[in-house]
Each structure stands twice: as structure tokens, then as C-alpha cells.
Design a protein around this ligand. Structure first.
Ligand SMILES: C[S@@+](CC[C@H](N)C(=O)[O-])C[C@H]1O[C@@H](n2cnc3c(N)ncnc32)[C@H](O)[C@@H]1O
Length: 347
């Protein structure tokens, strides 16, 4: 059962207060309402997707600065890193950022820099500088600005869906964050998270902080309410999304950062995965990382941690045009902090 209370209520329990925001060592809690001044879901208007063409908008940008670990694997094996292995490497490496106390990591890197400099080891000293910069940037992006989970952007993107107790299918679910946000906003539903990397079941989702509060609504009263992971009805399937065997049974099929990993020849397959299991009239929701200077800098600075698999950065018009060309009607489109987002239905 979700807990709900008013913003100005004085609480004796350590429950987070709706309307508040504060930092923990590894993430920000943000229970501020979605519609305040500095919020983000900024639907740049494309009124008729038929008028767009690839010639007009250009192609997405490909990130091609690869991680050292991927290059080393390929040298050792004399072949290209297979996609599933690349995701296994990615998930372990990316999750380390979420698990670390970024300020403590920065302190440790600074201490190590001092030590290496005093011992004249310039190579190690340079690595310490790199770690210091990464910890500083991750602290800013994830913890201070909350641009990765982006609860207010995601809530703005997900609001207004015509669903009750939805069945949600999350393709390439990783930590499952967005399914939890959806279940908080549309309570009483059920989500199936799908990822072929078992580490996502055991760690990324399995150890997602139980104390993280998701702002949603109280099912009975419709008032704002806080939900926690353990109050939600969620199953995790470790399987390749291409081998899923459901009928047309989901109200929502969602993916976050999946479409951009399919080169153009595989895009029809990727979109088909979002259509195949939808009930008639159901919603396919997709986001992809934005083509903006900050993102390009991020994937450069974090290349060793992030870049194991094919990845495109897109504008929202790229994502929308791919969806439109692949048979979807675009109901809403816009940009949140680090991603583009579209709400679609199969045409
Ligand atoms: C870029 S990640 C999604 C980003 C995610 N929001 C995060 O925080 O990391 C893509 C996820 O999809 C999974 N994945 C990719 N291809 C898949 C496939 N064919 N079947 C199942 N899972 C897949 C990967 O294992 C990975 O966890």
C-alpha cells in the first residue's frame, strides 16, 4: 500500500516528504511536483511527421570512441565483441557508478594522485586525474542534476496515459527504474522486466535501493503518494527480447535507451518488438539519448565505462521519424534532461 501525506504535514517518521528534494550519498530524492518552473518536458512541435525526411534532418550521430576493455577483448579473441557480451560488460561497469559514493571516490582519487606524484609515477597519476574528473562529473550529472533517472522528466513524459492497473513490458530493462515510475503513477498494475543479462535481475534491479521513493498516486484516493520498489508487482525475465513469447497483452511496452543500439538495418525489428505484444490501442514508449554537446562530452569522458556497443545520439525528430516510418502514430514527443521521449501507438 502506498503512503501518502500532504506537503506541509510535519512528519515524525523518516518518510520523505512529498514536495521535497534532497541528496543521499548516491542519488537525489526528488518528490517535487512535475509542473514547476524548471521542468523540462519540452515538446518541440512537429505537427505532421509526413513532412520530415532524413534529407531535412540528417542522420543520428554515432558514438565511436570505444572502451579499452572492448578493444582488449577484440584483440585477444580476434573478433568483434558479440552484442550480449558487450552488454554484460556495460552493465557491470555502469552499475559501479550508481553504487559508488562519488564524493568519497573523488577524495580517494585525490589522495592517490598525491601519492603517485610524490613517487613520480606519471601514468598512475594521470589515471587518478581521470578518476577524479569522472567522479566529479558523475556526481554532477547523476546526483546533483539527476539527469540519468530524471524522475520529473520521466513523470512528465509518462503522465496522461489512459490506463488503469496496466500490464507493462519493459524491453532491455537493466535496473527497471522506469517501470517502477510507471507503476507508481498507475498503481495496481504489473510489470515484466526483460533483460538477457542475469546481472540486471540480481544486481541492477535486484539491488536497486529499496528506500528510493517514487512519486505517484494513491490508488484509492488519487492523491499524491510515495511508492517503493517492494510494494510493486514486478517479474524479471532473463531472456533475449527476440525470443519473447507473449500475446497482445500489454497496455504499455517501454524501452529506455534501446532503439539507438540497433543500426538502421535492424530498426524495423526493434520497433516490431515494441508493437508485437501491445493490446490494441496500447502505448509504446521509447527514449534515446539526446544529440547535444553535453552528451557527446559524456560519452567521450566515460568511454571506458560506457562504450561497448553500437550507439547513436539522436534528436527527438530522429527518434520520431524512425517510429513514424516503422508504423507508429506519435501522440507526444519531447526532450527530457538527457533523453528524447516519444509516446506512440501502432498505426
Ligand atoms: C543501454 S541499456 C538500457 C539503459 C538502461 N536504462 C540503463 O540504465 O543502463 C540496454 C539494456 O538492454 C539489454 N539488452 C540489449 N539487447 C537485448 C536483447 N536482445 N534482449 C534482452 N536484453 C537486451 C542490455 O543487457 C542492457 O541491460
Amino acid at each position: 500500500m502506498a503512503r501518502s501525506y500532504h506537503t506541509n504535514q510535519v512528519l515524525s517518521s523518516p518518510e520523505p516528504l512529498i514536495g521535497s528534494t534532497y541528496l543521499t550519498p548516491t542519488y537525489r530524492v526528488d518528490l517535487r511536483p512535475t509542473h514547476t518552473k524548471d521542468v523540462f518536458f519540452d515538446a518541440s512541435p512537429v505537427s505532421d511527421w509526413r513532412t520530415l525526411s532524413w534529407k531535412k534532418i540528417g542522420r543520428p550521430y554515432r558514438v565511436e570512441r570505444w572502451s579499452k576493455e572492448k578493444k582488449q577483448w577484440e584483440r585477444e579473441h580476434g573478433q568483434e565483441l558479440p552484442p550480449q557480451t558487450s552488454w554484460e560488460m556495460f552493465n557491470r561497469s555502469f552499475q559501479q557508478l550508481f553504487d559508488a559514493d562519488a564524493l568519497a571516490s573523488r577524495k580517494e582519487a585525490l589522495r592517490s594522485l598525491g601519492y603517485e606524484l610524490s613517487h613520480g609515477d606519471l601514468h598512475e597519476a594521470w589515471e587518478a586525474v581521470e578518476e577524479m574528473v569522472q567522479a566529479t562529473v558523475w556526481n554532477k550529472i547523476h546526483r546533483i542534476e539527476d539527469a540519468v533517472w530524471d524522475p520529473r522528466g520521466k513523470r512528465a513524459l509518462f503522465e496522461g496515459l489512459d490506463v488503469k492497473k496496466p500490464e507493462v513490458l519493459f524491453l532491455g530493462a537493466a535496473d527497471g527504474y522506469e517501470a517502477m515510475q510507471l507503476l507508481a503513477m498507475y498503481p495496481g498494475g504489473h510489470a515484466v522486466l526483460v533483460d538477457y543479462d542475469d546481472y540486471c535481475r540480481t544486481h541492477r534491479f535486484g539491488q536497486f535501493p529499496a528506500a528510493y521513493p517514487f512519486l505517484g498516486v494513491n490508488e484509492a484516493t488519487g492523491a499524491p503518494a510515495v511508492w517503493y520498489r517492494e510494494e510493486m508487482n514486478i517479474d524479471f525475465e532473463v531472456v533475449d527480447i527476440r525470443d519473447l513469447n507473449y500475446g497482445r497483452e500489454f497496455d504499455i511496452v517501454v524501452s529506455i535507451g534501446l532503439i539507438e543500439h540497433f543500426p538502421d538495418e535492424y530498426k524495423p525489428l526493434a520497433f516490431d518488438m515494441h508493437r508485437r505484444f501491445l493490446k490494441p490501442g496500447g502505448y509504446a514508449i521509447m527514449t534515446t539519448p539526446r544529440l547535444q554537446l553535453q552528451s557527446r562530452l559524456f560519452y567521450t569522458l566515460f568511454a571506458d565505462i560506457m562504450n561497448f556497443a553500437y550507439r547513436e545520439l539522436m534528436d527527438v525528430t530522429h527518434l520520431g521519424l524512425y517510429a513514424y516510418e516503422n508504423g507508429f502514430e506519435i501522440l507526444r514527443h519531447g526532450r527530457i534532461k538527457a533523453h528524447n521521449g516519444i509516446i506512440t501507438r501502432a498505426r
